[in-house]
Design a protein around this ligand. Structure first.
Ligand code: SF4
Length: 241
């Protein structure tokens, strides 16, 4: 076990120095550094298999296709997303994709009619995303995600490495541009999510996703008409849930 992996189990990862060292690193360099420092058995990628997810998954697969990938299957996913997940697993050779479902008892208790997304979307995200992710991440000391600064909002100032409760969170795409992502898709001939051609630029759960115009923020189609802009997996400390 590396020194960092040993210290991460004690909550002593030098996050600030890691962030400084990786501030201008490429996504591949960040993921390779995370793998080297944390170890595969303690590191997971979290992916929505959405409109830009193939870029992060491609870079991950290039570093190590056996890094665990967590997908939150909320029960409200587009069928196109589930099919895209399966297609990317095959194309990229991802060897450990874990599709995580909400707790059945929580659904029966709090969302028996499947309409909580309408009456209380924060509660819906809690039982369908935040709590399942917290359970899924329990064995891991660090996680990787695909947020970009160019997405704006709360994402405009994310570091490359940050503390997330007792875990470390790596944001290898923090610095990338839309052109960088387009180049990853082009050079690897990656398929687009099937809903991109239909005008969906950011894709989450079906009831809370709509098309967005190119004059809008790309996440404007998420929870349209509400104040909500994030599901909570990046704004609630998952290790504290
Ligand atoms: S995005 Fe919408 S449907 Fe999905 S968990 Fe959140 S509120 Fe529920």
């Amino acid at each position: 076990m590396s020194t960092l992996a040993a210290s991460s189990s004690l909550g002593q990862v030098p996050v600030a120095s890691l962030d400084a060292a990786l501030r201008t690193a490429s996504p591949q360099e960040v993921i390779a550094a995370a793998l080297q420092a944390i170890g595969r058995e303690r590191l997971a990628v979290v992916s929505s298999f959405g409109s830009e997810s193939a870029a992060l998954l491609k870079v991950t697969a290039d570093v190590d296709p056996a890094i665990p990938v967590i997908f939150l299957d909320t029960g409200h996913m587009f069928t196109e997303t589930l099919a895209y997940r399966d297609r990317l697993i095959e194309i990229l050779g991802l060897r450990d994709v874990r599709s995580i479902k909400p707790d059945a008892a929580a659904l029966a208790r709090e969302d028996a009619d499947n309409e909580l997304w309408f009456s209380d979307p924060d509660a819906c995200c809690r039982i369908r995303k935040v709590e399942p992710l917290a359970r899924a991440l329990a064995p891991f000391a660090a996680w990787i995600n695909g947020r970009k600064r160019f997405q704006g909002g709360l994402r405009a100032a994310i570091p490359v490495v940050e503390q997330d409760g007792t875990r470390v969170k790596f944001n290898p795409f923090a610095n990338v541009t839309r052109d960088d992502i387009a180049e990853i898709y082009r050079s690897a001939d990656l398929p687009q999510h099937p809903l991109v051609a239909a005008g969906f630029r950011s894709i989450g759960c079906m009831p809370c996703t709509s098309r967005s115009d190119h004059g809008e923020d790309e996440r404007a189609g998420r929870w349209r008409g509400r104040d909500k802009t994030e599901c909570g997996i990046h704004t609630v400390v998952t290790s504290a849930v």
